[in-house]
Design a protein around this ligand. Structure first.
Ligand code: ADE
Length: 235
């Protein structure tokens, strides 16, 4: 997979991709993230990328031409499965969308800044608009990093333990169960006996029941329309 991110603040994306799992994904050749500075596509001495909004009002608008230049230049090199615009008025990102995007080959992500981009860019180029939640960030960069992280870790071979992504919260519509590691007794707080039993089926059932319990307590909305119930056994 290749993810091309277009931004006016490339420095914001220096960190996230040079550590840990995302770095390893790149080293293994499984996912490449390239960050493009929109200003490199601006013309004129000032390298202007934003301008006042027609009709007035506070805040600058990202201009059509530099973005169109950048997108056209990237599109001339490869086909993109999706051209995504990060914006608070987009579709709310979730695990299902992460799963869908992880199956794609090439993604382009445009980060909005200031008041956002000229509407004509959205109409002409954007195939998906994504928000990471009902709050406003100062730009789409951190949101783009969130998307890239959630998607790249799902690509087969990126995580060392291949089954690990399958047991994440949300992956089966439930929150993850409690987890423990050594010591088995910390200051009198004991790990549930069943996890020390070595009985795989009982452990799987316990984890499933704990997942349902936790989901009922914390996110009952996730259970609407399902018939999960405490005491139910995994089949
Ligand atoms: N840009 C600003 N706020 C955002 C959000 N919540 N999600 C995605 N992009 C954004």
């Amino acid at each position: 997979m290749q993810i091309d991110i277009i931004t006016v603040v490339p420095g914001l994306l220096d960190g996230p991709f040079s550590h840990s799992i995302l770095k390893r994904a790149e080293e293994k050749g499984l996912a490449i993230v390239r960050v493009h500075n929109l200003r490199d596509y601006a013309t004129g001495k000032q390298k202007q990328v934003d301008d006042y909004a027609f009709g007035g009002g506070a805040g600058m608008v990202m201009m059509v031409e530099p973005i169109a230049q950048c997108i056209e230049s990237l599109k001339s090199e490869r086909h993109y499965d999706e051209i995504i615009y990060m914006t608070p008025d987009g579709k709310t990102f979730d695990q299902q969308l992460a799963n869908q995007l992880s199956l794609k080959g090439n993604l382009m992500i445009l980060c909005g800044h200031y008041k956002g981009v000229d509407e004509r860019i959205r109409q002409k180029y954007i195939t998906q608009e994504i928000s990471i939640g009902d709050f406003v960030l100062s730009g789409g960069e951190l949101a783009a990093a969130v998307i890239a992280d959630a998607v790249i870790r799902l690509i087969p071979g990126v995580l060392n333990d291949e089954t690990s992504a399958l047991t994440d919260s949300f992956q089966d519509g439930l929150l993850a169960p409690p987890i423990y590691t050594r010591p088995a007794d910390y200051d009198g707080m004991k790990v549930p006996e069943i996890l020390l039993s070595g009985h795989n089926e009982n452990i799987a059932n316990w984890r499933f029941e704990e997942s349902v319990r936790r989901t009922k307590e914390r996110r009952p909305d996730l259970l609407e329309g399902t018939d999960f119930d405490i005491g139910e056994k995994r089949n």
